[in-house]
Design a protein around this ligand. Structure first.
Ligand SMILES: Cc1cc2nc3c(=O)[nH]c(=O)nc-3n(C[C@H](O)[C@H](O)[C@H](O)COP(=O)(O)OP(=O)(O)OC[C@H]3O[C@@H](n4cnc5c(N)ncnc54)[C@H](O)[C@@H]3O)c2cc1C
Length: 404
C-alpha cells in the first residue's frame, strides 16, 4: 500500500492484524444499521471490539487500552470506514472520551468507567451539543449546581450518538455564570441511571443505526466524585477530547473514500461504452488521478496530526482542524466522483457508494463543522506565519522589504 512508507513496521503489523480480525466478523449487521427504523447503537460489534482489545487502541494497558499510539488508532479507523462509515465512531467514541477522563479524571473514575468501557461492559456517549448552542459551545446553557456532595444538572443535549444505548455520558455544564463563558464550564460523567432521559430519536439522511438522540437532564443528581478535572476546566477538556475525535472521524471518512475509489477503478476497467473500456476516456481516468491524489493528501494530513498528538509537545488545534476539513471534504468528493464513474447503477443500492455518500455527509458537520475547522486553521496559520522569518530574498523587492 502506497502509504506504508510513512509507517513503522509495528504500525503496519497492527493494521494487518486488525484487518484479519475484521475479515472474521459476520458483517451482515452493516445492512441492518441503514434501515430507517434501526436506531440502536451496534452494541454487539462494539462488544466484539472490546473482547479483542481493540477499544482504546492508543490508551495505556493499565486502564485496559491497547498501549499503542494515535497513528495505530487512525489506521484502524480507516479500515472500519472501508466497511461502513458509522463503525469508526462506534469504535472511536470510547477512545476519545476515555482518553479525556484518563488525562483529567481521578483514578477512581478510571476504574469505575474506563476499564469496563474498554471491555464494552459499559457503553459511553458524549453530551456536548445543545438545541440552542452548537458551534458556539463555550456559551452552553446546561447548568450544574452543587448541592451537598452532588451536582444537580439541568439542561438539554441534542444529537448524541449512542445516546439511546449508552450507560454513561461525558457531559459538560455551566458551574459559574460570573466568569468568561469558556471558563465557567465543568465536565461530568453522568450515568443513565442517574436520570438522563432520551426524549427524541432522530431520522437521518445516512449514518443510521448509531442511536442519535435528544437528551434531557432534568435535575439529574451526579455525585461530586464524577466531576472530571476541576470546576471551570470543562472547556479545556472538551478541546482536548475533540482533537482525537476529529482526527478519528476524518480517517474513517478516508477509509470509506478509499473503497469507493477502488470500486470505481474496477468498474471502469470492466465497463465498456463506445466499444472500449470507460477507463480509456480521459473524462474518467483523470477523475481517478484526482481522487487518488486527494485521498493520499488527506491521509498524510491525518498522519501528521496523529504524530503531533502522539508527541504531546503542543496542542495540535491547527493540524487536526486542517486534517478534518480537508479529509472529510476529500472523502465526500471522492465518493461523489466514484458514483459518477458508475453512472446510473451507482445511484442505486446495488453498490454501497450511495450509502457511503449519505453516511459521510455528516462528517463535514459533526465534531465541529468544517467552517469552524477553517476558523481554527486560519487562526493557527496567522499565528505561525507571522512569527516565521521571511526568506532573505524578500529584501530584493521593494514591496516585500516593507513586510519584513
Ligand atoms: C448525526 C450527528 C451526530 C452527532 N453526534 C454528536 C454527539 O455525539 N455529541 C454531541 O455533543 N454532538 C453531536 N452532534 C452535533 C454536531 O457536533 C453539531 O451539529 C455541530 O457541532 C454543529 O452545531 P449545530 O448543528 O448546532 O449548527 P450551528 O452551530 O447552528 O451552525 C449552523 C451553521 O452556521 C455555521 N457557523 C456557525 N458559527 C460559525 C462561525 N463562527 N463561522 C462560520 N460559520 C459558522 C456552521 O458551520 C453551520 O454551517 C452530532 C450531529 C449530527 C448531525
Amino acid at each position: 500500500m502506497s502509504m506504508d512508507v510513512m509507517l513503522s513496521q509495528d504500525e503496519i503489523s497492527f493494521r494487518n492484524e486488525f484487518k484479519i480480525f475484521l475479515e472474521g466478523l459476520d458483517l451482515s449487521f452493516i445492512l441492518r444499521m441503514d434501515k430507517e427504523d434501526e436506531k440502536e447503537f451496534p452494541k454487539d460489534f462494539v462488544k466484539a471490539l472490546g473482547q479483542n482489545n481493540y477499544l482504546g487502541i492508543p490508551l495505556p494497558k493499565k486502564i485496559g487500552g491497547r498501549g499503542l499510539n494515535t497513528v495505530c488508532a487512525i489506521l484502524a479507523e480507516e479500515e472500519l470506514g472501508a466497511l461502513a462509515f458509522p463503525l469508526g465512531c462506534a469504535m472511536g467514541m470510547s477512545t476519545y472520551l476515555c482518553r479525556a477522563i484518563y488525562q483529567y479524571g481521578s483514578p477512581e473514575l478510571w476504574k469505575k468507567y474506563i476499564i469496563p468501557t474498554m471491555k464494552a461492559d459499559l457503553i459511553c456517549a458524549e453530551g456536548i451539543t445543545e438545541p440552542l448552542k452548537g458551534s458556539d459551545i463555550a456559551r452552553l446553557q446546561t447548568v450544574a449546581k452543587k448541592e451537598g456532595n452532588h451536582y444537580i444538572i439541568s439542561g438539554e443535549k441534542r444529537f448524541q450518538k449512542g445516546g439511546i444505548g449508552a450507560d454513561w455520558f461525558l457531559t459538560f455544564a455551566r458551574t459559574n455564570a460570573d466568569v468568561a463563558p469558556h471558563k465557567g464550564i465543568t465536565a461530568f460523567v453522568a450515568e443513565r441511571k442517574h436520570g438522563v432521559k432520551v426524549v427524541e430519536q432522530f431520522n437521518l439522511l445516512g449514518w443510521r443505526g448509531m442511536g442519535a438522540s435528544h437528551l434531557l437532564f432534568k435535575e439529574v443528581a451526579v455525585p461530586e466524585e464524577n466531576r472530571v478535572g476541576n470546576e471551570g476546566q470543562g472547556f479545556e477538556i472538551l478541546m482536548y477530547l475533540l482533537q482525537t475525535e476529529r482526527l478519528m472521524e476524518a480517517a474513517t471518512a478516508l477509509g470509506s473514500a478509499r473503497e469507493c475509489l477502488k470500486m470505481a477503478v474496477r468498474y471502469s476497467d470492466a465497463r465498456e461504452q463506445f466499444e472500449q473500456k470507460i477507463r480509456e476516456f480521459q473524462g474518467i481516468n483523470f477523475k481517478v488521478a484526482d481522487m487518488a491524489a486527494t485521498l493520499d493528501a488527506g491521509r498524510l494530513l491525518c498522519l501528521r496530526a496523529a504524530k503531533v498528538i502522539d508527541r504531546e509537545e503542543k496542542r495540535p488545534n491547527k493540524e487536526v482542524a486542517m486534517a478534518k476539513f480537508y479529509a472529510t471534504e476529500a472523502a465526500w468528493n471522492i465518493i461523489d466522483q466514484a458514483l459518477q464513474i458508475l453512472g446510473g447503477i451507482g445511484y442505486t443500492d446495488y453498490y454501497p457508494i450511495e450509502r457511503f455518500l449519505r453516511d459521510v455527509r455528516v462528517a463535514k458537520i459533526y465534531t465541529g463543522t468544517n467552517e469552524i475547522m477553517r476558523e481554527l486553521t486560519q487562526r493557527g496559520t496567522y499565528e505561525e506565519l507571522l512569527k516565521e522569518k521571511p526568506s532573505p530574498a524578500w529584501k530584493l523587492w521593494k514591496g516585500s522589504k516593507n513586510l519584513m
